[in-house]
Write a protein that binds this ligand. Sequence first.
Ligand SMILES: NC(=O)c1ccc[n+]([C@@H]2O[C@H](COP(=O)([O-])OP(=O)(O)OC[C@H]3O[C@@H](n4cnc5c(N)ncnc54)[C@H](O)[C@@H]3O)[C@@H](O)[C@H]2O)c1
Ligand SMILES: O=P(O)(O)OC[C@H](O)CO
Length: 341
Amino acid sequence: MDIMNTKIGVVGAGAWGTALAKLLADKGFTLDHWVFEPEVKEEITLYRENRSFLPGFSLPPELVTTNDIEKAVSGKDLVLMVVPSHCMRAVATQMKPFVSPGTILVSASKGIENKTHMIMTDILSEIIDFLPDHNFGVLSGPSFAKEVAAGVPTVVAAAALKNEVAEFIQNVFSTPNFRVYVNHDIVGTQIGGAMKNVIAIAAGACDGMNMGLNPRAALITRGLTEMNRLGTRLGADPLTLSGLAGVGDLFLTCTGFLSRNYTVGKQIGQGKCLDDIISEMRMVAEGVKTTRSVYNMSKKLNVDLPICAEVYSVLFENSPVERTVERLMGRSLKHELAGVI
Ligand SMILES: NC(=O)c1ccc[n+]([C@@H]2O[C@H](COP(=O)([O-])OP(=O)(O)OC[C@H]3O[C@@H](n4cnc5c(N)ncnc54)[C@H](O)[C@@H]3O)[C@@H](O)[C@H]2O)c1
Ligand SMILES: O=P(O)(O)OC[C@H](O)CO
């Protein structure tokens, strides 16, 4: 089949859903784009711009905005899921009756569900239970929506169990400025994308406290160790976590001022309280909810994740952020690879 004949739906019109829908429409696909809020649909229809979530970028006519989930998913070869992770279950349930049997469902969302500790493709396959496992894929990696929308060269990973599915996703999304590599590790690709947001909150807090560059590099590196510990416990390949969806995204999010998660952390480091920060944001900082999941998973699976535990204590137990530094630095001395090998 000619790849340009692929029928595509995009579900979610935050910054990332809009940037990816724009990328596909600019490439020449006509696609249906599901928007949650009626007023955002009106805004896009009227101004050809998502002023609420991705202001400043004009959206081509090939991108057809709708509030009707049936229109967005029925008869599609590929549906891209890009809603906040805590909405994934409800949105998947709503769209289930309209999903076609051969659809490839790709998640570009980054998170782990609080109640079940499930990654996004597991939620999707539990709900859209008539699709085979190899029909679920992931798109992840270092990619700020604003930069993708601006055509800044960006490199990401597409994961699926079957090579032909991963390559299909790769071919649909690749453009001269958006390079997509394939892998088959859907667990590692999603654990990397979810956990880097928790570490980015820590890195932001470190910068918010003006601690210096050494501690931030330490957080990034030891954060990767924690991603490896939990990821490998769940079946991830450590090499995936050394790739785009792991180190690549960790580095971007822990150092990039465009990151919502880093920004939440920075404000925490400057002494602001979480409730105030969140109430001023319309966008989602996935790391906040993911911290809760990862913390509870570490307890349940007995995996030592000291940085994630400190982020949890600051976000949810009112622990003063300065105390976390003392606690992390005061831990017993050990081998660098303890808990990883
Ligand atoms: N923004 C980025 O640069 C970026 C890059 C890569 C991945 N992601 C991931 O993409 C996912 C979506 O983030 P985003 O940046 O596009 O969103 P956003 O933070 O820009 O906007 C929030 C979105 O949530 C939607 N929403 C709110 N309540 C909802 C509900 N009950 N049901 C369905 N949708 C609801 C809003 O309509 C809006 O589209 C997240 O998992 C995020 O981590 C974002
Ligand atoms: O703005 P953040 O922190 O949600 O990060 C966005 C993307 O995940 C970066 O790859």
